[in-house]
Design a protein around this ligand. Sequence first.
Ligand SMILES: [Fe+2]
Ligand SMILES: [Fe+2]
Length: 275
Amino acid sequence: MEGQSHRQASSHLLDESSTSADWIDYMVWNSEHQNPVPWDSEYRITLEERKAISKSIAIFQLGESGEGRHFINQARKLSVNSADLEYAEAARLFIAEEQRHSWLLSRFMEKQEIPRLRSHWSDRFFRGLRKCLNLEVCIAVLITGEILARYYYAALRDATDSPVLRAICDQILQDEEKHIFFQGGTLGRIRRHRSPWSLAACDEFQRVLFAGALCVVWKDHARAYRKAGVGFRKYIAESWGYLEDAIQVIRASQSFASEQEGLRVTRVEAQGASC
Ligand SMILES: [Fe+2]
Ligand SMILES: [Fe+2]
């Protein structure tokens, strides 16, 4: 029954037609139906695992911990300007999910005596990039992180025998996959009036951003990927596949939003003509 209700929530949201209210329902539901983590496990990570994953986890834990103040402020503005008042709440719940990821990782790190990082240059760089720019670019940066995370947590799960860390990775993976649809949906709505040329430019911008981020992530996390049996070529090829999937999500959301806008305009014109 539990599994069935999870599948229902999951399938409902893998859709470009999901509204902010649908996302709120899902995220509230998700916070109450987290996968169990076997915190009582006595497993201690081996020296080999520690060398491969400890700094890598600390960097991701730091990256997941942000309060997202700039994003939430920008989301509030979009909420008001687009009369989608529920979007601001959905954005707040999204940040709460990311902070839950940070909390899960930090609890694991504490159990395994892995020190936390206070600061890291890649975290400062991506936070700075998000803060400087508008909501569209902020989300383009965020979705880059979601796509990278989707591949990273799968590799991290394969890099360890810790039942605790494997369960955490499963939960985060499940969430990050949804986040791509959440962020892709918003990008699609923001871009609903764009020309084909402008949309193609957006896709290229996303690819350039992602290519840079791929190099940055490999530099700091290669040992964790290698421990999972993922070499550089495989890392690039498979991550790029996820990027192209995400671009398709954004495109499908843009088409849907553009169609809805067309229907809305037609309705308003028809009402005007009948008055
Ligand atoms: Fe996350
Ligand atoms: Fe995420």
